[in-house]
Design a protein around this ligand. Sequence first.
Ligand code: F0G
Length: 379
Amino acid sequence: MSNANRYTGLVDRYRDRLPVSATTRAISLGEGNTPLIKLENIPRIIGKDVEIYVKYEGLNPTGSFKDRGMTMAVTKAVEEGSKAIICASTGNTSAAAAAYAARAGIKAFVLIPEGKIAMGKMAQAMMYGAITMQIRGNFDDGMRLVKEVADQAPVTIVNSINPYRLQGQKTIAYEIVEALGRAPDYHCLPVGNAGNITAHWMGYTEAVANQPADQFEQVIYDAATDQFTGPKPEGLPTMVGYQASGAAPFLRGAPVESPETVATAIRIGNPQSWNHAKAVVRDSKGWFDELQDSEILEAQRLLSMYEGVFVEPASAASIGGAIRDIKAGKIAEGSVIVCTVTGNGLKDPDTAIKQCADAVMLSIDATMDQVKDSILSNM
Ligand code: F0G
């Protein structure tokens, strides 16, 4: 049977734009190629003439956008002979690291903040067979430890300070430009460690510059000059990054000592890609803003109830922020807006159930009368 049309993941799909050779063996679970869903009800509800799309990254193999970065990081780690990877994580990076390590037959060590990651993510690290270290500390403590231990033990760091991570994650922008035939006017996304906003910008710049493969110019952030290298095309989106108020270092202008938010995925006070993300917002004439936990949860529920898209709390920050900025006119009517919804709602069932205390949940006898009454009284 011919396999020619089988989608085999983003390393194969974008091999000529990624730092791999024609013979590099891709460690893949078929990540990427996620749906770009046009919102049909929310624009009407908010009474604004805008086109809003969500890029549903929760449909990646481990349920978050981290798979895009992890396929690249693990592909390169294996190519370079590494036998073990390590990361600090708020839960999604550890799930992805564990899965791709399992796939590659290498070891994954993951450091997670004890009691502060969503239940589904915990289950993933355990099921995929990672060595899980719950630390009495937060993500930023874990990040510091991982950076230190990598000098003392034979492990490859697969946090987004590993440059291959952002190379994989940039492909989200390729897919969006392919789907829309252009870049959106605005791109909104949640910001934690700030790798993803950087990856989006690199990908948009490369995709919009649209060069034939033989002249392809890679775009990376150059710390020495505080500039992105490569082409500077017209038609790039304005980048907007949203943080949770309790974990909003970009709004405070400095690291936050003890970050706290219901959106545990972005419970980060000291982002590793600080300068990169600042440069993205500067170059795209975008902005950072913050949302209260209550606003994040409200947006999560709105997206579920009115569009059928269930995302985790951190992901909802993008849509909650976008709606607020559209209502305020900061994002103009007539705009095309893409929000990255970064992780699947199933990752964090506890938070979901807690906030749905008022949902219709009847307890009835197993009789036709009671079923019928329940239907008729709720039509
Ligand atoms: N959304 C989700 C669902 C995430 O898991 C993360 C980061 C972000 C947004 C923010 O992305 O860090 O690139 O700015 N999660 C990391 C983790 C930190 O360990 O899973 P960022």
